[in-house]
Design a protein around this ligand. Structure first.
Ligand code: KIV
Ligand code: ZN
Length: 518
């Protein structure tokens, strides 16, 4: 837990699965959302915003499944200020032990005039009506003033007062377009505390976007002015420049406890694991110099720094790598490690697999140990994740052979795929080996999906490292991310493409309309 026991508690509201998922290309399927929700719960997130149930059947299903599964965190569904939205959100959170409806409406002159085309009085009425209706379904209602930071103060005060009067227990003030600066944003929160007569009956929350790179600074300034809930996402994922990054908020509070005497319920040691999971699932890589979770965040390259850190870590290190769960890449296992040690390792890494899955993964671990001298935690994580993503696939890779290099022009791919239980074979050429392999997949399984992203990342150091590949496919407004890992980059690439295809097939079956965004 971050901060000391008696410090003022700040509620962490994670919206990776809702606002984060709204980033173009970051869409996740039900299983992926559930996996993220479970790690968020395990890390101590207070409120998980699981989706926007009216947006699509997939969103509804995801919120509902998360509500059914998560027990410790509050599970929240977003709704505009309409009966249909609120009814749908209420339906989705119904299975939750602790469910919240988060309803919102724009309050700034710009949004009311051009987006809503509503007069302020009608907006004010909608605030009362939406909160009142939400309260019929649950005692835990949050109300948000969209574009709150650009709202006239008098009107914002009237809306906030009306929302609390109607029964909202949490009032959220978003900086929707990331326009505010810290001094101004904290003054806005201070103004609400001063002028809204019933403000003491609600928790004040903030939700800052990062268009000017100030989302975390604005959130912390608001906390210092009395806000007690922060809405944020893992890795700062979110529309445009993203949302306030949870890891930065939490570690700033923990590291600068001297000036910010607050605490959160977050187990900071889980940060690295969750960050990697979100990055792998979405295909959104974390920039190397990103605070807290970037690959270089704890690397000391300059000789003078290395020397200082060796003499005393505090010279250049304001927090320890261990405090965010970053352990040195230690050699964990080798080809002589047995099944029992492997099972223990899985447990230590937080995986609970059934006997069959352990059996399969152990076999793949042995194959990997034959190809790769040193096996690190990261290798095992990639191995298990690779197994999990493929469990229900209709299309599977059987074998792949590539001929490429200066003597083989054009490169050729020889591919066997199992499609609905039948093995099919073909050969194809392409501009490069990846192109040839992907052309072969298209020949065996014709489709119109467009390749939007092809990304390769080495799981560990060394030329024998496993490659982790992400492929993003787009078809009729639906976008999916596929993953694949292998010591052979080409095999990993085909696995990732095939995985994306499988996800697309599931989406086609459900024929979800293109997602609506808040
Ligand atoms: O940025 C925003 O205003 C939002 C609201 C729906 C809370 O995401
Ligand atoms: Zn937002």
């Amino acid at each position: 837990m971050s901060g000391t026991k008696d410090a003022i508690r700040v509620i962490i509201f994670d919206t990776t699965l809702r606002d984060g998922e709204q980033s173009p290309g970051a869409s996740m399927n039900l299983d992926e959302k559930l996996r993220i929700a479970l790690v968020l719960e395990e890390m101590g997130v207070d409120v998980i915003e699981a989706g926007f149930p009216i947006a699509s059947d997939g969103d509804f299903e995801a919120v509902s499944e998360i509500a059914r599964t998560v027990k410790k965190s509050i599970v929240c569904g977003l709704a505009r200020a309409t009966k249909d939205d609120i009814d749908r959100a209420a339906g989705a959170i119904k299975p939750a032990e602790r469910g919240r409806i988060h309803t919102f409406i724009s309050t700034s002159p710009l949004h009311m005039k051009h987006k809503l085309q509503m007069e302020p009085d009608a907006v004010l009425e909608a605030v009362t009506d939406s909160v009142t209706l939400s309260r019929k379904y649950t005692d835990d209602v949050e109300w948000s003033a969209e574009d709150g930071s650009r709202t006239e103060h008098d009107f914002l005060c009237r809306c906030v007062e009306a929302a609390i009067e109607a029964g909202a227990g949490t009032i959220n003030i978003p900086d929707t377009v990331g326009y505010a600066i810290p001094e101004e944003f904290s003054a806005l929160i201070g103004m609400l505390f001063e002028r809204v007569p019933n403000i003491d009956k609600a928790v004040i929350s903030v939700h800052c976007h990062n268009d000017l790179g100030l989302a975390v600074a604005n959130s912390l300034a608001a906390v210092q002015m009395g806000a007690r809930q922060v809405e944020c996402t893992i890795n700062g994922l979110g529309e445009r420049a993203g949302n306030a990054a949870m890891e930065e908020i939490v570690m700033a509070i923990r590291t600068r406890h001297d000036t910010m005497p607050y605490s959160t319920g977050i187990k900071t040691e889980n940060i690295t694991k969750v960050s990697r999971l979100v990055s792998t699932i979405t295909g959104f890589t974390v920039q190397p110099n990103k605070a807290i979770v970037g690959a270089n965040a704890f690397a000391h390259e300059a000789g003078i720094h290395q020397d200082g850190v060796l003499k005393h870590a505090g010279t250049y290190e304001i927090m320890t790598p261990e405090s965010v769960g970053l352990t040195k890449s230690i050699l964990v296992m080798g080809k002589h490690s047995g099944r029992h040690a492997f099972r223990e390792k899985l447990k230590e890494l937080g995986y609970t697999l059934g006997d069959n899955a352990i059996q399969d993964t152990f076999k793949r671990f042995k194959d990997l140990a034959d190809k790769k001298k040193e096996i690190f935690d990261e290798d095992i994580i990639a191995l298990v994740d690779d197994e999990v993503v493929r469990s229900n696939d209709r299309v599977r890779l059987v074998s792949l052979e590539i001929l490429c290099g200066t003597k083989h022009r054009p490169p050729k791919a020889d591919l066997d795929l199992e499609i609905d239980g039948q093995v099919k074979h073909c050969k194809a050429t392409g501009d490069g080996p990846v192109d040839a392999a992907f052309n072969a997949i298209k020949k065996l399984f014709p489709h119109e999906a467009r390749l939007e992203l092809f990304q390769v990342h080495a799981v560990t150091r060394g030329t024998d490292a496993q490659a982790e590949v992400t492929v993003r496919l787009e078809e009729q407004g639906r976008s999916v991310n596929g993953q694949g890992a292998d010591t052979d980059t080409m095999v990993a690439s085909v696995k990732a493409y095939v995985n994306a295809l499988n996800k697309l097939l599931v989406k086609r079956e459900k024929s979800a309309p293109a997602a609506l965004s808040a």
